[in-house]
Design a protein around this ligand. Structure first.
Ligand code: MLT
Length: 419
């Protein structure tokens, strides 16, 4: 009989969002006639149709594939030049940042890349890995699967990971640690807290990484939601001196172009970024990541890459802005609705997530149950993102305006008794 990867047995019951989905389905089955429809503000999944520019580009691409003269077979494993060039120009060069087209690796989304990057980093036990708490669960679970952790304790913390607490006191941005880490995951605008990092804080992290020969895995899936990028708020880690030597950056088209179902994103691996062999020899990660991609993938489909390219056209930019304005309008309504109830509210300004302290000492899952049972609203319990998330819940602003307004009405009608 084949042996299994026993690291999977260390994972906590289910991935957070399927677990929430299971609970909601069970509730819907046992309460078929509550009279109110269930409104889902749990997973951050977009609700609005794709930008028209992307749809037209996909149609054109499919037609090309249907004609012998314009047919294409395998795509280049790391992305077509047309898309990589559009990315370089619009996301980097236009902001004065130096990234080359072959440092862009087009993929089916940043979630996969955040896990896959472990393929080219050291074997279990070699790297000390820093993870913010609360955190996007993918960073933790992929490390568990790869065998980089021991078992989980009662508080939900895995042996072998270094947790960096993100609390209301530190604005949900961890200070650089005293100890040495080799790999650190950071995500700003942050999922789940909706917090943003400022230039001083990110400068400190880049300096830490350079001083400690560490790599920052910087996730900017929500970059398009930064309200006022520039002077105070960084869009990209490559705005900082030395970041090309210490950072990988993950981008997604899911949350700006609405590509959660289409699937496309990209990862930047600069050529100056080195890791080390156990013998102490410096090695560029760029070559390893290229090798990994060309072996394990045949890349992203042509129509999808043409759709992603169309997001960079003038019409595409305008249509993305319309989507962001819509979701951020929702975030404002949710934020202000919760504030008017006297709740302690964070996020929702530079990110489509509103992070709320549970009232009266309720735990995150009790709050989840009450919201589901009394308001028929699905939220995400903060403890699902880590022990520091206990006592909080996250409301996603990805929804229709009508649903968001209804959510606020239902929340106001809630009677929240102490635990
Ligand atoms: C979330 O709700 O945290 C996100 O939708 C998850 C994801 O982007 O994979």
């Amino acid at each position: 009989m084949a042996f299994i990867n026993e690291n999977y047995l260390k994972l906590q019951a289910g991935y957070l969002f399927p677990e929430i989905g299971r609970r909601v389905e069970a509730f819907a089955k046992t309460h078929p006639s509550t009279g109110k429809r269930i409104i889902r503000c749990g997973i951050g999944d977009v609700t609005e149709p794709l930008p028209a520019a992307a749809i037209a580009a996909m149609h054109r691409a499919v037609d090309e594939l249907g004609r012998r003269e314009t047919f294409r077979g395998y795509p280049p494993p790391t992305g077509y030049e047309f898309l990589r060039n559009a990315i370089v120009k619009t996301d980097f060069a236009d902001f004065g940042l130096k990234i080359e087209a072959d440092e862009i690796f087009v993929s089916d989304g940043s979630k996969g890349d955040c896990g896959a990057i472990l393929d080219i980093l050291g074997a279990p036990g070699s790297n000390r890995i820093g993870i913010t708490d609360p955190v996007y669960p993918v960073y933790v679970d992929t490390n568990v699967m790869a065998g980089h952790t021991g078992p989980v304790n009662n508080a939900g913390a895995y042996e072998g990971l270094t947790y960096l607490p993100c609390t209301a006191e530190n604005g949900f941005v961890p200070a650089v640690p005293k100890e040495k880490l080799e790999v650190v995951y950071l995500c700003y605008p942050n999922n789940p807290t909706g917090a943003m990092i400022n230039r001083d804080q990110l400068t400190a992290w880049v300096k830490y990484a350079l001083a400690n020969d560490a790599i920052i895995l910087y996730d900017v899936a929500y970059q398009a939601y930064i309200k006022d990028p520039g002077k105070d708020l960084p869009r990209s880690i490559y705005e900082f001196d030395g970041a090309r030597r210490c950072a990988v950056e993950f981008h997604s088209f899911s949350k700006d172009g609405g590509f959660t179902g289409v699937r496309c994103g990209y990862t930047v691996v600069p050529k100056e970024l080195n890791g080390t062999t156990r013998g102490g020899e410096k090695m560029p990660l760029h070559g390893l990541w290229t090798r990994r991609w060309s072996t394990k993938s045949n890349g992203v489909s042509y129509p999808v890459q043409r759709a992603a390219e169309a997001l960079y056209s003038p019409e595409g930019r305008k249509q993305i802005k319309g989507l962001i304005d819509h979701y951020m309008g929702n975030a404002k309504i949710l934020r202000e609705g919760c504030q008017s109830m006297g709740l302690e509210v964070y996020g929702g300004v530079n990110a489509p997530y509103v992070w709320v302290a549970c009232p009266d000492g309720l735990s995150s899952w009790v709050m989840f149950d009450r919201m589901l049972e009394q308001a028929n609203v699905v939220i995400t319990p903060g403890s699902g993102f880590g022990s520091q998330g206990e006592g909080y819940f996250r409301i996603s602003a990805f929804n229709s305006r009508e649903n968001v307004e209804e959510v606020v009405q239902r929340l106001k009608a809630l009677t929240l008794q102490p635990a």
